[in-house]
Design a protein around this ligand. Structure first.
Ligand SMILES: C[S@@+](CC[C@H](N)C(=O)[O-])C[C@H]1O[C@@H](n2cnc3c(N)ncnc32)[C@H](O)[C@@H]1O
Length: 247
C-alpha cells in the first residue's frame, strides 16, 4: 500500500504515528470505556458467532472485549503498526490493512458481508466529504441485508468549553486543547482539533480535522450511502444504529 497522507492530520510523540495522527504506543495505554456496553446493547442478546467488521480498529482496544462477547471480529486499519499490535495482543484475529473508504473484502467471490459493521471513534466526522462518504459506502457494502451498522458520533457539545481535561486510567491526562475553524484544509465547517496526552514518561499530541454533523446532516449522509437510521441508542445521540435500505 502506498504511503498515505491525510492533510490536516498529524501527531507527535514517541513511536509510530498513523496517517490520521494517532500514536500507536499511546493507544496501547488507553483503556476501554463504555463502548462495549453500547455495542452489546445494539447487537442484542445473542452476539456469539456473529461476524463483526471493525473499521479503524487501532491497536485492538475495542477488539478484545468484542471477541470476549463471542463475536468473530475482522479488524481493519490503514496503519500496519496498529494492526501489528492487534495481532501481537490477540493472536489469530483476522486483520486487514486498507483505507476504510476503499475497502472491498471478498474479491472474485463477491463482496463479503457482516452481521455488524462498526465505525467508532468519531471517524464519521472526517474532514473530507469524500472520505466520509467513502466510509459510509464501505459500511453499506459490507453489511448483510439483515445486518446493522453502528456508528459513534460526537456529542453536540464536543467543540464547546475548551480546553477540557480528563484523567485517564493509570497516570495519563488527556487535554483537548482547542477546536478552531480549519484554514485552507477540509470541507466547509471543518474544525482543527488539538488533543494532548500527558503521562509521567511521555507526551503525545494529535491534530485532526473534525466536521460537526447535525442530526439532519448525519441522517442525510446515511441516506446518500444507502443506509437508514434505525435509532439513536443514548440521549446524547452519540451511538447510532443504521440498517441497509434500497438495493
Ligand atoms: C482514534 S484511533 C481509534 C482506534 C480504535 N477504534 C479505538 O477505539 O481504540 C483511529 C484509528 O483509525 C484508523 N483510521 C483513521 N482513519 C482511517 C481510514 N480512513 N482508513 C483506515 N483506517 C483509518 C487510524 O489509523 C487509527 O488506528
Amino acid at each position: 500500500m502506498n504511503h498515505i497522507v491525510r492533510e490536516g492530520y498529524q501527531g507527535t510523540g514517541p513511536g509510530a504515528i498513523t496517517p490520521d495522527g494517532c500514536a500507536v504506543e499511546l493507544y496501547k495505554r488507553i483503556a476501554v470505556r463504555d463502548e462495549p456496553q453500547w455495542i452489546a446493547r445494539a447487537i442484542g442478546e445473542r452476539p456469539r458467532g456473529l461476524r463483526l467488521l471493525e473499521l479503524g480498529s487501532g491497536v485492538g482496544r475495542l477488539t478484545r472485549p468484542l471477541i470476549e462477547m463471542g463475536l468473530e471480529v475482522t479488524a481493519v486499519d490503514e496503519s500496519a503498526e496498529m494492526l501489528a499490535a492487534v495481532r501481537e495482543s490477540l493472536p489469530g484475529v483476522r486483520t486487514v490493512r486498507s483505507p476504510i473508504e476503499t475497502l472491498e473484502l471478498g474479491g472474485d467471490r463477491g463482496v463479503e458481508r457482516f452481521d455488524v459493521v462498526l465505525l467508532a471513534s468519531f471517524l464519521v466526522h472526517a474532514g473530507s466529504v469524500g472520505v466520509r462518504e467513502g466510509m459510509l459506502r464501505a459500511c453499506r457494502r459490507h453489511v448483510a441485508e439483515d445486518g446493522v451498522v453502528l456508528i459513534q458520533r460526537e456529542s453536540a457539545e464536543q467543540h464547546d468549553n475548551l480546553p477540557y481535561e480528563r484523567h485517564m486510567e493509570g497516570e495519563g491526562v488527556v487535554r483537548i486543547a482547542s477546536s478552531t475553524p480549519a484554514v485552507g484544509v477540509g470541507r466547509p465547517g471543518a474544525r482543527t482539533v488539538v488533543a494532548e496526552y500527558y503521562y509521567p514518561d511521555a507526551k503525545w499530541t494529535q491534530t485532526f480535522l473534525s466536521c460537526p454533523l447535525t442530526d439532519g446532516e448525519f441522517e442525510a449522509a446515511l441516506g446518500e450511502a444507502g443506509l437508514g437510521l434505525d435509532g439513536y441508542m443514548d440521549p446524547a445521540k452519540t451511538w447510532a444504529r443504521a440498517v441497509p435500505v434500497g438495493p
